[in-house]
Ligand binder design. Sequence first.
Ligand SMILES: *[C@@H]1O[C@H](CO)[C@@H](O)[C@H](O)[C@H]1NC(C)=O
Length: 175
Amino acid sequence: MLLLVLSALLLLFCNLDVWYFLRGVQVFVEAWFLPRIEDILAEQSIDGMVLPHDLDYLGHMNNSRYLRECDFARFHHYMRNGLFMASRKLGAKMVVGASTIRYRRSLAFREAFQIRTKVLGWDEKAFYLEQRFVSKRDDFVSAVMLCRQNVVGSSPESIIEFIYKKQVSGFKHSS
Ligand SMILES: *[C@@H]1O[C@H](CO)[C@@H](O)[C@H](O)[C@H]1NC(C)=O
């Protein structure tokens, strides 16, 4: 029986990025219990640290891990400012349409950092975001990523309208 469970787990971990999905759940739950952020243009930051999982042969955070961390940071961001729920309600999907990243200084093993995410703007198809990795050692910006978050099945404008209408009607009810 134990052997069966272990083999099933092995199979799962070999074929699926289990940590990715667990981390997604963790971000969701964490953000759920934090207060909502009303201003969708507000910069939000989350804390991170370089773990053994992130390392490559050079012993620093591998370039691809930055994008992965940015993913979770954006998810957190959208959870807190309502973009996530609004896009779900409107049946929209948010996919990355483009990204570009500049690496300015390596993040070393166990180095603590913040990811500061903000929405820079939007057009009829996509939101544009900036995500900065800031070392907690000296506030140095170690990497900067720009990302186009395409909205499929709706539009950024409808999502924003949805969020702010809800806020306005919520305000009316409480007054
Ligand atoms: C490092 O990043 C490259 C992509 O540039 C990827 O192919 C590789 O698997 C990554 N290595 C590790 C150890 O994460």
